[in-house]
Design a binder for this molecule. Structure first.
Ligand SMILES: Nc1ncnc2c1ncn2[C@@H]1O[C@H](COP(=O)(O)OP(=O)(O)OP(=O)(O)O)[C@@H](O)[C@H]1O
Length: 260
C-alpha cells in the first residue's frame, strides 16, 4: 500500500513566518507544512494571504520574521523590514526546487512557444540545446501543443498560453509546482483544457503541488488537502471530502456558502 503524502517528511515548512507590506500584516506567525508529493489547495477570501504564501516560496517576496524550510534547507529571518537575508546562492537553490504558473501566463512575447519552454533549461540549468529541445517538445506534446511550437504567444488562445506556461514551468524539473489562480484570466470555455492538464499532473506522485484557486469543485477533485485561509492564517484544513461536506468552522461555512 502506498503511504499517504501526509505521512512523509515535510518538503516545505513555514514556521512562525510574518509577512508585512508596510503597516499591513498579511501573514502573522504563519505555520504550514507540505509533504513531498502532496497536492494542497489553498482557498479563502480575497486578500487572505494565499498568493503571498506562493510568492514567498518562489522568492518573489521577502518576509520579515520566521523560518522557511524547503527540501531540507532553512531560511531564517529575524526581524527588520529588509530584503530576504539569504545569500544569492541560497535564493537560487530555493528557486531551483520551485516552479510557478501565474494567472496572467507571463510568457515571453518575442519568443516562439518552443523557445519559451527551452530557454531557461539552456540558460539556467545549462542543458545542451538539443536535449532541452527534445524535452520541450515532449512537454508541449503532453499539454497538447506540439503543433504550435513555432507560434508566438499572441497567436494562441489564453488556454493555450497557460498550457505553454505549465510546460515551461515543468521544463525546469521543479519538485514543487505552484499555481496561482491559473484559470482566473480565461474565458469560461477555455478553463476546462487548463484544468485537464493540471488534473493530469496531480496524478504524478513525485510532484508537490500548491494550488490557489476559486474553482472549488476542482480543488475538491485534485487535492489531498484543502486549507482555508482567513486573515493570514489557516483557519481550517482537512481532506477535501470533509472540508466541503462538513466544514467545522463558521468562517469556512460562510465562505463556502458564498462560493459554492
Ligand atoms: N506588493 C504588495 N504591496 C502591498 N500590499 C500587497 C502587495 N501584495 C499583496 N498585498 C496585500 O496583501 C494582502 C494579501 O494578498 P494576497 O494576494 O496574498 O491575497 P489572496 O488571498 O491571494 O487574495 P486573492 O484571492 O484576491 O488573490 C492583500 O490585502 C493585498 O492587498
Amino acid at each position: 500500500m502506498t503511504e499517504p503524502p501526509c505521512a512523509r517528511a515535510p518538503l516545505i515548512e513555514f514556521q512562525g513566518v510574518t509577512k508585512r507590506f508596510g503597516t499591513l500584516t498579511v501573514l502573522d506567525d504563519f505555520n504550514f507544512s507540505v509533504a513531498a508529493g502532496e497536492k494542497v489547495a489553498l482557498i479563502g477570501p480575497s486578500g487572505s494571504g494565499k498568493s503571498t504564501v506562493l510568492r514567498i516560496l518562489m522568492t518573489l517576496e521577502p518576509f520579515q520574521q520566521g523560518t522557511l524550510t524547503l527540501a531540507g534547507t532553512s531560511y531564517h529571518q529575524t526581524g527588520g523590514a529588509g530584503p530576504f537575508k539569504a545569500s544569492q546562492r541560497h535564493l537560487r537553490e530555493l528557486r531551483s526546487h520551485v516552479g510557478m504558473v501565474f494567472q496572467s501566463f507571463n510568457l515571453f512575447p518575442h519568443m516562439s512557444v518552443l523557445r519559451n519552454v527551452l530557454e531557461a533549461p539552456v540558460k539556467v540549468l545549462g542543458l545542451p540545446r538539443a536535449e532541452a529541445e527534445c524535452r520541450a517538445v515532449e512537454l508541449l506534446t503532453m499539454v497538447g501543443l506540439a503543433n504550435k511550437k513555432d507560434h508566438y504567444p499572441a497567436q494562441l488562445s489564453g488556454g493555450q498560453q497557460q498550457r505553454v506556461a505549465i510546460a515551461r514551468a515543468l521544463a525546469m524539473r521543479p519538485r514543487v509546482l505552484l499555481f496561482d489562480e491559473p484559470t482566473s484570466a480565461l474565458d469560461p470555455q477555455l478553463v476546462g483544457e487548463v484544468l485537464g492538464v493540471i488534473r493530469g499532473l496531480a496524478h504524478a506522485h513525485e510532484l508537490t503541488m500548491l494550488l490557489v484557486t476559486h474553482e472549488m469543485r476542482f480543488a475538491r477533485e485534485v487535492s489531498d488537502r484543502v486549507c482555508f485561509f482567513d486573515q493570514g492564517r489557516i483557519r481550517e484544513q482537512g481532506d477535501p471530502e470533509r472540508m466541503f461536506s462538513a466544514p467545522q468552522e463558521p468562517r469556512t461555512r460562510e465562505f463556502l456558502a458564498s462560493v459554492l
